[in-house]
Design a protein around this ligand. Sequence first.
Ligand code: BDR
Ligand code: CA
Length: 311
Amino acid sequence: RRKIIIDTDPGQDDAAAIMLAFASPAELDVLGLCAVAGNVPLSYTSRNLRIVCELCGRQDAAIYEGARKPTLRPQVTAEHVHGRTGLDGAELPEPMMPVRSTHAVDFIVETLRSEPVGTVTLCTLGPLTNVALALQKAPDIAPRVRELVMMGGGFFEGGNITPAAEFNIYVDPEAAKAVFASGIPIVMMPLDVTHKLLTTKARVGKIAALGTRPAQVLVDWLAFFERFDIEKYGSDGGPLHDPTVIAYLLKPELFSGRDCNVEIETRSELTAGMTVVDWWRVSGRKPNAKVMRDVDADGFFALLTERVGRL
Ligand code: BDR
Ligand code: CA
């Protein structure tokens, strides 16, 4: 059973990732969930995180609030995709479960120091602010992390918030830079993978057919989330980004990629937050991440659907 910490800015696709994790208790032990500012301000991401935990019947989950803004830059949010609350699409009661009093950054540091070396995996579904602050505060934690699996970046596929940058990296490029320089073994799920995971009518129809309340709420969230891409690009559904991180822990064979060097652009105005992936190994710089490029999309949706049916 793999011990994980989920760092997230829910987000409908973050919600799908958290549901997948809670639906997989035989494989994953969720030690705690950290909210970070991202898609919407922290007050909403923290609320949304509690909504998702309650939907999964996990009022006992340990939730921590982290950074209210990026390490250096003014905050950028994505209400145009996720709606005013970040989790628009389903009417749910305001959550009752508490947030723990420890700051998310301290939770990350304390957990990595108290658990045996190489046993805790960090799963990041939003900007990397909390993890970067933890590394800054306690550099000794880096060699203790088993692996950091992130949704972030894009290379041949380009960006989704600027032509060059993917949202999670763009929001806090300095944080991403620190994480890629940390020596932590990184697995990166870029847009090159997630843009192959469209929530088509056929795929979402199978989730709806489960007939359970969590499945129906997920379908309602996805309907809201995908309208942005459907209206803008005319695609059959939208890309389901964040659950790739959890799916990788459950079934790594769904994904393929290679070890590459990744550097983060922080100085340019035009390309800030760009993930410069040395796919062809032309730089001579040492690989610092396993960069994924392909996914078995039907296998991914089969896994998600089967697991959500267990909730
Ligand atoms: C990422 O940005 C957010 O809008 C999504 O939740 C995902 O984490 C995709 O670029
Ligand atoms: Ca996210």
